[in-house]
Design a protein. Structure first.
Length: 232
């Protein structure tokens, strides 16, 4: 076992990269295992259910699992409907990648629709099904979105591997999904690319609020936040 570990580390660190440019979100099989990579210009969205650990303590695991499944199932359906490619699950969090000219608008539109589903579909359904839970648990979530160049590689070992995205966009989107003051959080690059329907109310008012990013990301990086929702 030890020789295998030493050999694999040596190969990974010394094998030259085989990197290509991509115009579509790759599947796992599209990236060669031995230091293959794909560079994409993409928008990353992470949707993360809040308070699932507390929910598990409030009620039995079966109920918590149903609520988590309802959130993940809903997010996946909306993300795919809006053109996102699902590439990662992590407990109660899902990640989607958007590519193309409308990638930022599509991602934000999906985020607004997920927020609608949480507020207008999932929360009322929980209250109808388990009124006792609604007294001590309110479903919440966080969505983070960033855009930019990322390198997609395969991580793991043979028979046990998955795609990994490396870059500021996936990293910041993941961190922003943990920012709980607002359900939807986007970077300045995403905001600047949005068309008016994803920025403005019918009366012309802007439904986004800005911050300097220090509280959300720990450093100065202009961000925009909203609690707005938009029905599918």
């Amino acid at each position: 076992m030890y020789p295998e570990v030493e050999t694999s580390v040596f190969d990974i660190l010394n094998e030259p990269w085989n990197i290509t440019n991509g115009t579509v979100v790759p599947e796992t099989s599209d990236i060669v295992m031995k230091n293959g990579g794909r560079v994409v210009d993409a928008t990353y969205l992470y949707a993360d259910l809040a308070g699932s650990s507390r929910l598990a303590h409030i009620k039995q695991n079966e109920v918590a699992a149903k609520i988590i499944r309802a959130y993940i199932n809903t997010a996946v359906r909306i993300l795919r409907h809006k053109g996102g490619e699902i590439r990662s699950f992590d407990g109660d969090r899902v990640m989607a990648i958007f590519i193309g000219k409308s990638k930022n608008n599509d991602a934000v539109r999906a985020a607004l629709a997920i927020n609608w589903a949480v507020e207008c579909v999932i929360a009322p359904a929980i209250e109808r099904r388990w009124s006792d839970i609604a007294k001590s648990y309110t479903i919440g979530h966080g969505i983070g979105i960033d855009t930019g160049e990322a390198l997609i590689v395969r991580g793991g070992a043979r028979e046990n591997n998955d795609l990994i995205s490396i870059g500021d966009a996936p990293n910041d989107a993941a961190h922003l999904s943990d920012y709980r003051l607002w359900p939807i959080n986007i970077t300045e690059a995403v905001y600047d690319a949005l068309m008016d329907p994803q920025k403005l109310l019918p009366d012309g008012g802007n439904f986004w609020r800005s911050s300097d990013g220090r509280q959300a990301l720990g450093g100065y990086a202009p961000l925009y936040h909203t609690n707005a929702w938009w029905k599918i």
